[in-house]
Design a protein around this ligand. Structure first.
Ligand code: GLU
Length: 471
């Protein structure tokens, strides 16, 4: 790891609240969080809401909720750029005082005409420096520009991509303050990263072109550079940038689809980072093993199947009672109120090896929670025959007296009944299952009975008997 001497590692996640927390943003946040946790550092959350038209409180709330759901807790913040205008103004005025920045009075119309001309002539549309040496003062339409070096190059050693060099000739005299005095994105980011003492800037490589521009602001301010690491993008299966066309991209949409936060976190950490062939990482292992040097340079491809696989894994691994808590909102969404979480935990235990998501599990749990199950019509014709009545009555009779209500005890009781009556399990299981679940497929019969408990089981069997007799 980089030897930062006595310096405390500080990372940040600075989302713009113009939309929900995107999968890609969540992964960037996760990498920053992991790195700071591993290094005993500080993780700062900053909301970049300078774009007042597109920023909304609702998006801010959704981002915070997404991070909280994923368990990516921050140590400082959230700071809001919209509340830091005075700080930016001070930095801009210092740069002006030191001659590192200047007022530019070129009108937007004039600039646009020049840009068009450059494009038509096949040149890069770049500010031509008209006001650069004029020493102009403020004015109604004036913006503040950085006096960028005209020759040479700007380089840095990217933590992920290695040495990177940009030619200064390629770079514009960046606007730092708009004509209304408000700071631009680049200025605000650099001032924040300086004042928040960020040591490592880990962000998506869509920001790679911004880095040399921002480095020039650090230089103009005479401040030491942080380290930069640019994480490759996430692509959809068709190798284009992950977007809505590929399915859900919002973190909270995955919550609603019944994913466990551990599964999504585990999936995201592996999207771009590898540690041998290992796929499953507990939070502790992730913190221990994560390394920026092992983040690959090529883009990761989002694979929903693998995420589902991880989700089933974490569902299986979950403690039943914890699972009941996670499942409860989904059951409530289906109209089941006043849930008995002990009962839900027993039901969940029988469903967890069969469910890829909590939504699937809630659907599968339906029959457990309904007061009265609906019998599938086809199955009624096939299994609720008059011959089923005596067996079912015998089952009711033997289960009525059963003292211990658990799987092994139920298996023994039904086994005895089979011996006594000469019936086979194949004959008696389908009508029993239909009576208890309304369906022909369900978790194992004894598992279901054990989960339902004695009272519910007997009630359902008696109701089925009345139903069959009435056919
Ligand atoms: N607000 C920027 C974004 O959401 C982040 C910029 C940065 O990481 O420096 O893309």
């Amino acid at each position: 790891m980089v030897d930062m001497g006595m310096l405390k590692i500080r990372t940040r996640f600075p989302p713009s609240p113009t939309g929900f927390l995107h999968i890609g943003g969540a992964r960037t946040a996760l990498f920053n969080w992991l790195f700071s946790r591993q290094q005993g550092g500080v993780f700062v959350l900053r909301i970049e809401d300078t774009d007042q038209v597109r920023s909304t409180d609702e998006a801010t709330r959704a981002i915070l909720e997404g991070l909280e759901w994923l368990g990516l807790d921050w140590d400082e913040g959230p700071f809001f750029q919209s509340q830091r205008t005075e700080i930016y103004r001070q930095f801009i005025s210092d740069l002006l005082d030191q001659g590192k920045a200047y007022y530019c009075h070129c009108s937007p119309e004039l600039l646009e005409t020049k840009r068009e001309k450059a494009r038509a002539e096949g040149r890069k549309p770049k500010y031509d420096g008209t006001c650069r040496e004029k020493n102009l003062g403020p004015g109604p339409q004036a913006v503040v520009r950085l006096k960028n070096p005209l020759t040479g190059s700007t380089g840095f050693n990217d933590l992920i991509r290695g040495p990177i060099l940009f030619s200064n000739e390629e770079m514009d005299d960046l606007v730092l303050a708009r004509s209304d005095g408000s700071p631009t994105y680049h200025l605000a980011v650099v001032v924040d990263d300086i004042t928040m003492e960020i040591t490592h800037i880990i962000r998506g490589d869509d920001h790679l072109n911004n880095t040399p521009r921002q480095i020039q602001i650090y230089k103009a301010l005479g401040r030491p550079l942080p380290l930069f690491g640019h994480v490759p993008m996430i692509l959809g299966p068709d190798k284009t940038r992950l977007s809505k066309r590929h399915g859900a991209t919002s973190v909270l949409a995955y919550k609603e689809m019944g994913f466990l936060p551990q599964a999504l976190v585990n999936y995201l950490v592996r999207l771009g980072w590898a540690h041998g062939d290992e796929e499953i990482f507990s939070r502790r292992e992730m913190i221990e093993k994560f390394s920026l040097a092992q983040v690959g340079k090529s883009a990761g491809v989002f694979n929903q199947e693998k995420l589902l696989w991880l989700n089933s894994h974490y569902i299986k691994e979950s403690d039943d009672r914890e699972l009941a808590g996670l499942l409860a909102p989904f059951l409530q969404g289906k109209g089941f109120r006043d849930l008995d979480l002990d009962y839900v935990a027993r039901c969940a235990a029988t469903l967890k090896i069969r469910s890829k998501t909590l939504v699937e599990m809630a659907d599968a749990a339906d029959f457990y929670l309904k007061e009265e199950v609906d019998y599938q019509a086809e199955a009624v014709k096939k299994f609720f025959s008059p011959q089923a009545v005596p067996w079912m009555e015998a089952v009711v009779e033997s289960l009525d007296y059963l003292g211990d209500w658990n799987e092994p005890a139920l298996e023994i009781a039904i086994g005895r009944l089979i011996d006594r009556t000469g019936a086979t399990m194949k004959q008696i299981a389908p009508p029993l299952r239909l009576a208890l679940t309304g369906k022909t497929a369900s978790p194992g019969l004894f598992e279901v009975m054990a989960a339902l408990g004695q009272e519910r089981t007997l009630k359902r069997l008696n109701r089925a008997l009345i139903f069959i007799k009435g056919l």
